[in-house]
Design a protein around this ligand. Structure first.
Ligand code: SAM
Length: 585
């Protein structure tokens, strides 16, 4: 099989096998929760067992503790994987092993199904409540890869709504197969912990499980997978959808770190990440893959599980509380933060070669507007006189205070150009379905708002990259833009810009939202940036911060000297800390 075909197949089946060390770690964490009653029967299930790594790890770890599972059951849809599991497990487990070739979702849920993620309880099936332990690393396959028809079928069958992932269906089916009081140890994507879209999964887990612990393995790259992994360990509650989390689960969080030279104590050296995790002590660790920061603590789940589950140590929680206590409000109180335009046909609307087209077929210049995107992002400000390389054919205008599609009859060249791409544009049937013209941009935003000063930032970047724009450029969908609410002084926009780019806010971002991606990249979106705190703008440090940011923005527009930039940035860092009365370190 070619590498590309292999990757495609992996995506379609979610087949990233668990490395043995991680499998052992999950097994040990489950065994920790099982308690001391060794005589209790022990039926163990892996609903998508692949080559059997998790079942084997459970068997070996249980033995180390002088326990023995009565039965180990593996289900696997892929015959080849199942064959490997048979080879791997037969010798160790013998006739306590049952391997089933099949689709776990079919086995666990007849068409009458189980209690859905969002739906009412349904009648039991043979598999229901049959296991004492489920150990799993279910396939993680997103809607786009699953295909619309399969997503719809799963959604119907498991009462799922919103963006359907195969692992949502697995979660429901797994819970149904676990007896009340039984223990689940599962490797999941850590995204559900901290994203708005993870709210349904959080609510489901909090209402169906006494959550014992969550281990966020962050960007440790412990295994090859499309997502950052976390391990969830919980015990199934007696069924009661209104039951709230009744204990504070512990957490361990581990992310790569770039400690400053001044940081003490120096990182401890350890041979393996799992030793560090087992030890569960806060600190910096030097491991074969790099330097990692481990944080531990307890999570407060008494709040609505719809909110993100933040994992902060008591010291970090105190720091966030302190910053919030010094705030006059949040960015969203004084500004409007939106994503850029989304054309849903970029190659038609967005180009950097309009000038190369023959004048007769080039759309009218008044419709070709400069468009800022990722590639133009430059912290603080872009050099003056350097327009973005790309321009968008923008077929919207304001008419009587309302946004409307342009009248193509008034723009014959644009009409000619758009008609030459008609098939592609009309294929976006959702426009017609929502009563709009075939040549519109799907998310055009507000044409009037582009004109004023704004702060623009890329949606994903390793460090904050907020910059001021006053060139009336539009903003593409891979960036966000922030404008002040009417009637506010423009100085406030400089204050927000300075804070957004500061280390204080980066720390706040990491602690309050805990949402890091691979390679330390962060997601900057309305949901987070809108919650950044800002101080009273009339205080001395806030006023000085505004002035310093103005100086830096002005200098950035003119090929600023590195030495000047770093001096002004240092001042901004200090003033941002002063704004929230934070100590130097
Ligand atoms: C992430 S892998 C994990 C395999 C194994 N548990 C491990 O940890 O190494 C997920 C497995 O789920 C299997 N799978 C996908 N859909 C399935 C289904 N509906 N029923 C059973 N297995 C399925 C894939 O073939 C793949 O082997």
């Amino acid at each position: 099989m070619t590498r590309a075909a292999h990757i495609t197949e992996k995506k379609a089946t979610g087949a990233h096998y668990t490395p043995p060390a991680l499998a052992r770690f999950v097994a040990r964490r489950i065994l920790r929760q099982l308690g001391r009653r060794r005589s209790d029967p022990l039926r163990v299930l892996d609903p998508a067992c692949g080559a059997g790594a998790l079942l084997e790890a459970f068997e070996l770890s249980a033995r180390e503790e002088g326990r023995k599972a009565d039965e180990l059951v593996g289900v696997e849809a892929d015959e080849e994987g199942l064959g490997l599991a048979r080879l791997q497990l037969r010798a160790n487990v013998g006739d306590r092993l049952t391997l089933i070739h099949g689709d776990f979702l079919d086995l666990a849920a007849s068409d009458e199904g189980l209690a859905g993620l969002w739906g009412p309880p349904r009648p039991p099936t043979d598999w229901q409540e049959a296991f004492d332990v489920v150990i799993a690393n279910p396939p993680y396959v997103r809607t786009q890869v699953l295909g619309a028809a399969k997503s719809r079928r799963l959604a119907q069958r498991f009462s799922l709504s919103g963006r359907v992932d195969l692992y949502h269906a697995f979660l429901v089916a797994i819970t149904g197969s676990l007896r009340p009081g039984g223990t689940l140890g599962i490797i999941v994507s850590n995204r559900f912990l901290t994203t708005v879209t993870g709210a349904a999964v959080r609510r489901y887990l909090a209402s169906h499980y006494d959550i014992c612990e969550i281990i966020d393995l962050g960007d440790t790259k412990l295994f090859e997978a499309a997502v950052l992994p976390a391990v969830f360990v919980g015990q199934r509650k007696p069924f009661n959808p209104n039951c709230r989390a009744d204990r504070s689960p512990s957490f361990v969080r581990v992310y790569s770190a770039s400690p400053s030279a001044k940081e003490t104590p120096a990182p401890r050296v350890s041979a393996a990440i799992y030793e560090v995790l087992e030890e569960g002590r806060d600190g910096l660790y030097c491991l074969p893959g790099g330097v990692y920061r481990v944080s531990t603590g307890t999570m407060d789940l008494r709040r609505d599980a719809g909110q993100v589950w933040s994992m902060t140590t008591p010291g970090e929680t105190q720091w966030v509380k302190h910053v919030r206590s010094r705030a006059a409000g949040n960015f969203a109180d004084v500004s409007h933060i939106r994503v850029g335009i989304k054309t849903t046909a970029d190659s038609v609307f967005i180009r950097d070669d309009w000038e190369a087209m023959p004048a007769a077929s080039r759309p009218e210049p008044s419709l070709l507007l400069p468009l800022l995107g990722h590639q133009d992002a430059q912290r603080w400000a872009r050099p003056t006189g350097a327009p973005p390389a790309k321009r968008v054919l923008y077929p919207h205008q304001m008419r009587n205070g309302r946004r409307a599609a342009i009248d193509l009859a008034c723009f014959p060249r644009a009409r000619h150009y758009l008609q030459s791409h008609q098939a592609r544009l009309r294929a976006r049937r959702y426009l017609a379905e929502s009563g709009r013209q075939w040549y519109e941009i799907w998310v055009p935003q507000d044409p009037d708002a582009w004109a004023g000063p704004k702060v623009v930032f890329p949606d994903i970047s390793p460090a904050p990259c907020f910059f001021r724009d006053s060139s009336s450029s539009l903003v593409n969908g891979n960036c966000y833009w922030m404008t002040l609410r009417p009637g506010l002084s423009e100085d406030l926009l400089y204050l927000l810009l300075g804070l957004a780019n500061s280390d204080v806010m980066t720390r706040f971002h990491d602690l309050a939202f805990g949402n890091k991606l691979y390679s330390g990249r962060r997601r900057y979106i309305t949901q987070y940036v809108g919650k950044y705190p800002y101080p009273d703008p009339t205080t001395r440090p806030a006023r000085e911060l505004v002035q310093t940011v103005k100086n830096l923005v002005a200098a950035s527009g003119n090929d600023v000297a590195e030495e000047l930039r770093s001096r002004l940035e240092c001042q901004i860092e200090k003033l941002a800390r002063d704004c929230f009365a934070l100590d130097t370190d």
